[in-house]
Design a protein around this ligand. Structure first.
Ligand code: AMP
Ligand code: MG
Length: 396
């Protein structure tokens, strides 16, 4: 089978990925969720004309002479009455401005004697008053469908007195690792074993990107064990297996899954690392068969599984942000596969990024994957690149 170009592989996945069901949640649980509906305000904010300062509410036309203090308006406790000619009202930040007043003078610009207030300075009529609805009005759209909710968004939703919102359900993702060599972290290590790092990696990636991971454990490289483990793939949106998708004698998962109903959309993509990735439909569940080398699995996640998860959650942006940086070393021409090099960029005081991928790109290495802060993208047929050239990077 010929290697499928990365953009075609992504298109296949995106064509099959659709926003999942929605649910109603409290805004206290909303961080990181994606809105499935516009959020409209239940009230006008501010709901009344409010003082923006501690000081005195006055009538602008009166401020030549001393004014008589007639009471106070506190935040949460308004003055019961109105302001007439020659009067001032003590007022505090957030307190309702009484009828009759049109200006608030900050207290630093006044002097006070007996019950008389003198205004020493006033820039203009109407200052220091927050107007009704200056922030937003009842029924205004506060946030649009498709927004991923941040702490600042939660504040505006709360201020609009909206307690429950409609979001996309979190996609559930089953993870199965395969390999006789794998031990769980914290196990006693024997000479021919390694620690399973991909399952913790994928659990974290799934959580970080709004999903719910379901760890199905590790299958030994036997038909019986793989068959037994895949029986547990149920009630999830995505099933990701790790390892065993290449051409070795123990790379059996694809065939076992095919016997159990997997329809393969593609196997092997023109990318480096990550070439042996499998994608298909397993009984209505998206199936990603990731290669076992940690960097390969990670780069397949970034390119394929993340966009699927994002689209399923109703996001408009499918991947990590793309940027550009100046290469700090030469790179040879493209390899015939799209290359995603682990790389490190630094930014100078003017915000200019410089990037280096001048270290081993072996897909088995974890430390360089951990140290990287971007992936340097090299196109299939990229000509050799020289130090000083601008190159494309993914901010991971
Ligand atoms: P495979 O894709 O099964 O041929 O595995 C390729 C390489 O990745 C081998 O060196 C495996 O030991 C390693 N590998 C596979 N699965 C994992 C895992 N879950 N954690 C860490 N390394 C793994
Ligand atoms: Mg294996």
């Amino acid at each position: 089978m010929a290697l499928l170009p990365v953009p075609e592989a992504l298109e296949t996945i995106l064509n099959r990925s659709h926003p999942i069901e929605t649910e109603i949640i409290s805004i206290h649980d909303a961080l990181g969720r994606v809105l499935a509906d516009d959020v409209r305000s239940q009230l006008t904010q501010p709901p009344f004309a409010a003082s923006a300062m501690d000081g005195y509410a006055v009538r602008f036309d009166d401020i030549g002479g001393p004014l008589t203090l007639i009471g106070e308006s506190q935040a949460g406790k308004s003055f019961d009455g109105s302001l007439s000619n020659g009067e001032a009202l003590r007022i505090f930040t957030g307190a309702p401005v009484p009828v009759g007043a049109d200006t608030v003078i900050m207290q630093e610009n006044t002097s006070f004697e007996g019950n008389q207030v003198t205004i020493n300075e006033c820039r203009a009529k109407g200052i220091n008053i927050r107007k009704i609805g200056e922030d937003f009005k009842k029924d205004d759209i506060l946030l649009k469908k498709g927004v991923k909710i941040t702490a600042r968004h939660i504040a505006v939703i709360a201020a609009g007195n909206v307690e429950k919102i409609c979001v996309y359900r979190k996609p559930k993702v089953a993870i199965l690792s395969t390999g006789d060599e794998l031990l769980d972290v914290g196990s006693e290590i024997s000479p021919d074993k390694i620690v399973n790092s991909n399952v913790p990696l994928f659990m974290a990636l799934i959580k970080e990107n709004g999903g719910i991971p379901v760890n199905l454990g590790t299958a030994r490289d036997t038909l019986d064990d793989v068959k037994a483990k895949i029986l547990k793939v149920k009630d999830v949106d995505i099933f990701v297996s790790i390892g065993g998708v290449s051409v070795g004698d123990y790379d059996i998962i694809k065939d076992v899954l095919k016997d159990a109903g997997l329809k393969v959309d593609f196997w092997k993509v023109a990318m480096k690392p990550g070439k042996p990735i499998v994608y298909g439909d397993f009984k209505g569940i998206h199936y990603f068969g990731m290669p076992g080398n940690p960097s390969s699995a990670y780069i397949c996640f970034v390119n394929f599984m993340l966009p699927a998860m994002n689209k399923m959650q109703g996001l408009g942006e499918y991947g990590y942000p793309i940027s550009h940086a100046i290469l700090d070393h030469d790179i040879k021409e493209g390899s015939g596969r799209m290359n995603f090099m682990r790389a490190i960029y630094t930014e100078n005081q003017d915000g200019i990024k410089t990037v280096s991928a001048n270290f081993s790109q072996s897909s088995a290495l974890l430390k360089t994957m951990s140290d990287a802060n971007c992936l340097l993208i090299r196109d299939v047929k990229a000509p050799p690149a020289k130090a000083g050239e601008l190159v494309k990077i993914v901010l991971i």
